[in-house]
Design a protein. Sequence first.
Length: 297
Amino acid sequence: MGLVSLLTFSAVVLLTGPDLATPLLARPVHGAEIDGDHSGTVALAPARVHPGAELRVDDFFVHIPAGATEPLNVLLALHGMGGTGEDEAGPLVPRADAEHWVVVAPTTIYGDWRDPAQVAREDVVQTARLAAFLDRLPDLTGLAVNPRVLVYGFSRGGQAANRFALAYPDRVGGVAIVSAGTYTLPLASVAANGSDVALAFPYGVANFNDLFGWPFNAADFSGVPIWVGVGARDSDPTDVPHQWDGYIGDNRLERAQRFSGVLRDAGVNAEVHVFANVGHAETDQMRAEALAFLAAV
């Protein structure tokens, strides 16, 4: 199957696995072109995507386990700087298959994560992008999908996981964050010099309504269990941007611990796990413990 070029987006989708002779393409879009065909028609998805399939849709990799049952339970996997969705998903697939989770893993080209304004712009767009793709899954697969997803993120992807849960707490069943460099607190203000100071995104949620179109829902967010993992040696202050220092500390280890404390104060079921002899990394042990947490929520 060739490249599907659309006026508004492009998609390449491959299917693998048993009995998958029918290619899966995007839904009909006006002005579509398929291998030089200017008819404006895109082939419809097959009625069902068989368990065991792997899809590549736009910038998203999707793995459907052989034991998948409806409604599909989704693990959203978010990579770090310079990574890809498929590479991030790979080590997660064995446990996901055992849990019968569908893995959805986008590839994202991140900008300067040290610039708070850049981070804010990117993650407002990123959260909407993720939600929109999850909305498409029932049509893409022909299968019913659980509307509440599990979210796993490493490093810059951990930041995105944190912010997705803040924006869409009603759509998240649990979050695992590994080795994030910054965090957004579920707070609209903090006390400073004897008064309350507004905490705008990406530090906090004071201006959520302006950016996302709805206010932060503290009640829904408090019901999202969150696991935070960090290496004991991930404590170099030169590795993180310092605009967050006054809120959560000056290194990843301190930030993970302080962020988890703020979550617990907000009524969230939050755990922090520090991994001995680990720097800024995503180890097999980290993945295993994070996924075990998500499997238990």
